[in-house]
Design a protein around this ligand. Structure first.
Ligand SMILES: NC(=O)c1ccc[n+]([C@@H]2O[C@H](COP(=O)([O-])OP(=O)(O)OC[C@H]3O[C@@H](n4cnc5c(N)ncnc54)[C@H](O)[C@@H]3O)[C@@H](O)[C@H]2O)c1
Length: 325
């Protein structure tokens, strides 16, 4: 499939993953609409894309059906990334349902109305909840018990329903732990990598909640963007895939790796007991995506983290240096 000249809409296109999808689309000569309410996305994530391609930015909410329908007119393909993040879903469950489930329904409905040919949508390994076996493959049961994961399970079911009733072609990607340049580093939004780096940058040891044996399955954001385009271009529809690094990194290893990359071997991670109620182990099986989409990660964690550190040095100085960790 040649995307040159195709009209492609990316919901959440100013966010971490969405903006990297936009970059990939620009490289292919697609005409891109970014649909984002900027609750977390940033215009400067789109600087390169706007300077190098045809990118229209719509400041709109997926809960606003009128604006969504208007923006969807004439669109060939959609990448759906807009969603409320995990911690906000836990803090505000009703809003999580409104944005992540009803918002997704709105996106799918407007795709059907506009005659969109295919949608690739973001799901999450959260649907698996606590894994009962590892690496977790796509046949693993939905053990989720968090609101965020509940919205992703519901979204997956909506996609199947839209496919059955209206023939809306879709591929749904269950991302593992995505990281990379453009990750938020401010207190309210941060993930563990940014927490660790903020501490290291102020000369303090990274703080690990628990004993450090919890694991993440790191997948670099540019690989995730590539997986999205491969899913769009493949003949496959009505299916679900992990987008996984396929390797476990413990939080202790992650903290050590960051200390090493920052040249701060003098610091040692500190440990705090805290019940986070979050999943303690992530290790996704990448085999199905490899076999059916031809997707494999290309950037190992150490290289990806080096790139995060490099990007962060400019991003943090361009904005406010973090004071609250
Ligand atoms: N980052 C990860 O590790 C990860 C893991 C699993 C799944 N996901 C999923 O991938 C998708 C993208 O995640 P991300 O990490 O890029 O997050 P992000 O927060 O950086 O991007 C989401 C974007 O959606 C926008 N948005 C939020 N609510 C909106 C609304 N109501 N209307 C329009 N725009 C809205 C935000 O402003 C933001 O730009 C999400 O669906 C997320 O649940 C992410």
């Amino acid at each position: 499939m040649d995307l040159y000249g195709s009209k492609v809409l990316v919901t959440g296109g100013a966010g971490l993953i969405g903006s990297h999808i936009v970059d990939e689309l620009v490289k292919e000569g697609a005409l891109v609409t970014v649909y984002d309410n900027f609750i977390r996305g940033q215009r400067d994530h789109l600087e390169w894309a706007c300077a190098n391609g045809v990118v229209k930015i719509v400041e709109g909410d997926i809960c606003d059906t009128g604006s969504l329908q208007e923006s969807m007119q004439g669109v060939d393909y959609v990448f759906h990334q807009a969603a409320m993040w995990l911690r906000l879903c836990e803090a505000e469950p009703r809003r999580a349902i409104e944005v992540n489930i009803i918002g997704t329904f709105n996106v799918l409905e407007s795709c059907v109305e506009a005659g969109v040919k295919k949608i690739v949508a973001a799901s999450s390994s959260s649907v698996y909840g606590d894994g009962s076996y590892f690496p977790t493959d796509e046949g693993h049961p939905f053990n989720n018990d968090l609101f965020y994961g509940a919205t992703k399970v519901a979204d997956e079911q909506l996609m199947r329903s839209f496919y059955k009733k209206y023939g809306l072609a879709f591929v749904c990607l269950r991302y593992l732990n995505v990281y990379g340049p453009r990750q938020p580093f401010q207190a309210a939004y941060m993930d563990v990598i940014m927490h660790f780096l903020n501490r290291i940058d102020t000369g303090e040891p990274p703080v690990i909640h628990g004993d450090g044996s919890q694991t993440v399955d790191l997948v670099f954001v540019e690989d995730v963007a590539r997986a999205n385009l491969m899913a769009l271009k493949s003949e496959i529809t009505n299916d679900f895939f992990n987008v996984a690094g396929g390797a476990e990194t413990t939080l202790k290893e992650l903290a050590q790796m960051l200390l090493d990359l920052k040249g701060r071997k003098d610091l040692q991670p500190a440990y705090e007991t805290r019940d986070t109620k979050l999943v303690s182990r992530r290790f996704g099986c990448p085999q199905k995506a490899k076999d059916l989409l031809g997707f494999e990660v290309s950037i190992p964690p150490r290289e990806g983290l080096e790139r995060v550190i490099e990007w962060r040095e400019h991003a943090v100085t361009d904005q406010v240096k973090p004071s609250v960790i």
